[in-house]
Design a protein around this ligand. Structure first.
Ligand code: ZN
Ligand code: FE
Length: 255
């Protein structure tokens, strides 16, 4: 039986996700911006929370945890590298490590850049990756702690996953990301058609996540540093991919 995936808006523009294995009854939540929407979704479905997977230490990803655990005790997993500044962890994980969830394998990927110690959780059997503030829909997280080179390595790791992978990211930033993407990649027809879809979804108040990795590869400028059109537009034909990425990231910071 396939896993069930639920996308839950939280706070002003965060997303948290439930993943449920009907076979074993295991249910994980990925990041806890606030407890209420998660608790309500669990109750509505009659699911028992078993796991919390934390991607990084920022308040909008962890602050709801004490309230959530008070009502829904569960095993908390997060990066060993960040254990000193994450809430108390029951399981500390490192890059490349795997653990099991129901009948599935979960692979931990270090995706440092937005923060150092940010991890993604990848479920190869279901082709789902939880990326939070690393890879986002048509965007990527701001570089608060890591270098552009580090973020480029992290995004390259995610870009190498199977193209059909479902990308579950942490924020509804897609409209701003899309407007920026159009300024660096204006000749990209797949981007303009995705921008239309995003505008229609947002007009209805619908989420633009999760997204599919193949769409990110085709339209997310932060994955497209090797693209000749973008390089020509930036006048960076001979630069390294990491340098082109750094320039795109810097432009977005000032957009
Ligand atoms: Zn963050
Ligand atoms: Fe965030």
């Amino acid at each position: 039986m396939p896993l069930e995936l639920v996308t839950l808006p939280a706070l002003a523009d965060n997303y948290t996700y439930l993943v449920h294995d009907p076979q074993s009854g295991s249910t994980a939540v990925i990041d806890v911006p606030e407890a209420a929407p998660i608790s309500a979704a669990l109750t509505a479905r009659g699911w028992t929370l078993t796991d919390v997977w934390l991607t990084h230490h920022h308040y909008d990803h962890v602050d709801g945890l004490p309230d959530l655990l008070a009502r829904h005790p569960a095993q908390v997993t997060g990066a060993a590298a960040d254990a000193h500044r994450l809430p108390a962890l029951d399981r500390q994980v490192t890059d490349g490590e795997t653990f099991s969830f129901g009948g599935e394998v979960v692979q931990v990927l270090d995706v440092s850049g937005h923060t150092v110690g940010h991890v993604a959780f990848y479920l190869p059997d279901s082709a789902i990756v939880f990326t939070a503030d690393s890879l986002m829909a048509m965007g990527c997280g701001r570089l608060f702690e890591g270098t552009a080179e580090q973020m480029w390595q992290s995004l390259s790791k995610l870009a190498a996953l199977p193209a059909e992978t479902t990308v579950c990211s942490g924020h509804e930033y897609t409209t701003g990301n899309m407007k920026f993407a159009l300024t660096v990649d204006p000749g990209n027809l797949l981007l303009t058609s995705r921008a239309d879809e995003v505008s229609k979804l947002r007009a209805k108040g619908a989420p633009t996540v999760p997204s599919i990795l193949s769409d990110e590869l085709a339209t997310n400028p932060f994955l497209r540093a090797a693209d000749p059109g973008i390089r020509a537009h930036l006048g960076m034909e001979t630069a390294s991919d990491a340098e082109v990425f750094a320039e795109i990231r810097a432009r977005k910071d000032n957009f």
